[in-house]
Design a protein around this ligand. Structure first.
Ligand SMILES: *Cc1c(COP(=O)(O)O)cnc(C)c1O
Length: 409
């Protein structure tokens, strides 16, 4: 049996310091968690707003389970599409300023489905080199011809787009890059897409809930288009409509994807776009058609968490303060903090062994920050990926800063 081949591959991975391991979390999640029996202060979760344990979200999940049961029982197109899924899709479309939306069970599946449904063998994809792995896998599955442009390099993208081509064109980018925390130049990308008649797929896994007015995401980041609401309680907090005519960023070319397991604190993902695009996904996206619908109770939880995202400005304001505190506190370290305005704060270490050693030293002092190594990031850029959350306190961040300074001296 070919186990020897597997054994050799694992050993060679281990020898390069690239072995991946689970750490087992016990009990409730949050900024202080018990990991492998040890209490630690965590800077490792994408629960950026601290909503995963919010009592209203928990209550909505329980209510949803009572109303609908746990599993959806079938895929969306057989019998697993419940009224609450439909309600959530409408709320997400309104929240993101798009005419329609479709839910997927995860962000990975949303990207696979969207790319595969929109382009095929005779088409071309243009993708940022630092895009998330799910987008890279989606491109391969689509069988389109792939062109990767240098990170955020508009001139390079244009050079690639300029080649004559008769099929469809799809430009793909993370809106907030998942390992660097920097932003894609969306307005400039849109200008090129207009010029070369391409679609623009924006993966906003890390911007949704965090950036833009009321956390509506990266497309809202540079514009103020939301009409004021005057709702008193969470229940009558409607998803306010947006003035779609007011910004080019509501171009029908943009296909907007965001995940619901990060800032929204639950699970799943959605694509929001023109109705014709959503209709096409319903017909063609294999990762939508051939998988069981996500549990309807998750949609109940999400309807509540999206309202909290929209309403609780204080979470984003507090998060912004923590980002500034961390950046100021880590200025004089031997490791370079990459530029980022988002809760993803990468501390560049360089080689994989040193990054793992630093992560291990922090862990021994009760602080959990994951080391990210190639191939998740480019060779020679292993790093600590520090994730801040609105659930952190200023004392938490101060403690982390002081421990890092101790380790540096
Ligand atoms: C997390 C992430 C995904 C995948 O989303 P899941 O819901 O976790 O499958 C896709 N794209 C980006 C940029 C991500 O960070």
């Amino acid at each position: 049996m070919p186990f020897e081949v597997l054994q050799n591959a694992l050993e060679s991975r281990a020898a390069k310091g690239l072995m991946r391991h689970h750490r087992v979390v016990k009990g409730s999640q949050g900024t202080r968690v018990e990991v492998d029996g040890k209490p630690v202060l965590s800077f490792s979760s994408n629960d950026y707003l601290g909503l995963a344990c919010h009592p209203y979200v928990l209550a909505a999940l329980q209510e949803g389970a009572r109303d609908y049961g746990v599993g959806a029982g079938a895929s969306h197109l057989i019998s697993g599409h419940f009224s609450v899924h439909q309600q959530l899709e409408q709320a997400l479309a309104a929240f993101t300023g798009k005419p329609a939306a479709i839910l997927f069970s995860s962000g990975y599946l949303a990207n696979l489905g969207a790319v595969q449904a929109l382009v095929g063998r005779n088409d071309r994809i243009f993708a940022d080199r630092l895009n998330h792995a799910s987008l890279n896998d989606a491109m391969l599955l689509s069988r389109a011809r792939i062109h990767r442009y240098r990170h955020n390099d508009i001139a390079h993208l244009e050079q690639l787009l300029r080649q004559p081509h008769s099929g469809r064109r799809l430009v793909i980018t993370d809106a907030v890059f998942s390992m660097d925390g920097d932003l894609a130049p969306l307005p400039e990308l849109l200008v090129l897409c207009d010029q070369y008649d391409a679609w623009l797929l924006v993966d906003d896994a890390h911007g949704f809930g965090i950036l833009g007015k009321e956390g509506r995401g990266s497309l809202f980041h540079s514009c103020d288009l939301v009409k004021k609401t005057s709702a008193a309680s969470l229940e009558d907090y409607p998803v306010a409509p947006v003035d779609r005519q007011a910004s080019r960023l509501f171009s029908p070319r943009i296909i907007y994807m965001a995940t619901l397991g990060k800032a929204a604190g639950v699970a799943g993902a959605f694509i929001a776009a023109e109705k014709i695009v959503i209709d096409t996904l319903i017909q063609n996206a294999r990762s939508y058609i051939y998988t069981t619908a996500s549990p309807p109770a998750l949609s109940s939880a999400l309807l509540t968490s999206i309202r909290l995202v929209q309403k609780d400005h204080w979470r984003r304001i507090h998060l912004r303060k923590l980002i500034e505190q961390l950046r100021a506190g880590l200025e004089k370290l031997p490791w370079k903090l990459l530029y980022s305005d988002t809760p993803i704060q990468p501390l560049l270490v360089g080689n994989s062994d040193s990054a793992v050693a630093l992560s291990d030293s922090l862990y021994r002092r009760g602080i959990w920050v994951p080391a990210i190594r190639p191939p998740t990031v480019p060779q020679g850029t292993a790093r600590l990926r520090i994730s801040l959350s609105a659930a952190h306190s200023e004392q938490d961040v101060a403690q982390f800063i002081s421990v890092l300074h101790e380790l540096a001296s």
